[in-house]
Design a protein around this ligand. Sequence first.
Ligand code: GDP
Ligand code: MN
Length: 378
Amino acid sequence: MKLHEYQSKQIFAKYGVPIPKGRVAATAREARQIAEELGGRVVIKSQVLVGGRGKAGGIKLAKTPQEAEELATHILAMEIKGLPVRKVLVDEAANIEKEIYLGITNDRAARKPVMMCSAAGGVEIEEVARLTPEKIIKVHIDPLLGLRDYQARDIAASIDLPREHWRAFLQIAMGLWKAYQECDATLAEINPLVITGSNQLIAVDGKMLIDDNALFRHTDLAEMRDLDVEAPSEIEARKYGLSFIKLDGNIGCMVNGAGLAMTSMDIIKLFGGEPANFLDIGGGAGADKVSAAMRIILSDPNVKAILFNIFGGITRCDEVAKGILIAMDEVKPKVPMVVRLVGTNAEEGRQLLANANMITAETLADAAQKAVAAAKGG
Ligand code: GDP
Ligand code: MN
């Protein structure tokens, strides 16, 4: 789950990372009010869940509350990389002397979190990573020991951070690590971490990704989820405990098991088709889950055919068949449907579907070919 900048920075602040004073606003009038309260120059920042807002014109400085209102009006009407701006963060503007990058993510190859830091922070960090990767310092963190003081000092020295900032930098690095660890984040990033004209270190931007699988033990974080920016089908799927990801193709897939779902998508592609989604109904799915899954698949107007690939183990094929029948009754699908049932109660399942006007298949290759042909109107 992605957090907005304002949410990430609020979390950082709890862990002792200094952030600018400011608040989030949903209207230009509110933005003006906040600017009045803060006094002085403010920065108006679009809150959308993509990077590169600055370059896209979604970050603007305002000298007066009047200007803050005008800029907020403009930014709230923007779309950034396809995402509508619904909120702006109004922050006290920082007087920037230098921009540092500081982030933590998981290094899967090393099986450890890694802290990354660069003196060349700011909006060009992707370019820095591409062209001069040696300018980004990486230090692995032992997950049992946590970030050690000497490691943070080592980083400060490696980026030639002036001595006077070390104490503040250590506190920020430690705070970021604690936030990363305690929130079960997969990314915690400050870009830029700024040295101001008055020689303070302050996190001007913030980004956090939280591991979805850990949200059950972070109800406070789970509530931060921005439903506005998610596809309605994905919200619905989560409600039913389905793993669903919308894709751009036209063959809807309903499969049990993540590995089997990926295999099904691969084979669809092998035979020249494109999957419309990834969908794992999980083990032991009952009829209600199956019918929810079918409604979700069919809510996508691109779907021209559906492929059911069910390997009955804990999931019983007759339960799945019942779910399909219930869903067909409810949503009256007009697209051709190909079904492959194998395993527990497959025969009972097939009998239930015998009169349902579905295309049956024996093997996965057979099923995929039939689905591709059906989607092409063959
Ligand atoms: P991003 O483009 O989505 O990463 O958004 P950021 O919050 O990182 O802002 C982009 C850039 O805008 C920063 O790197 C800064 O150069 C600039 N910026 C952001 N906030 C301020 C501010 O308070 N004062 C000044 N002078 N520049 C800012
Ligand atoms: Mn940034």
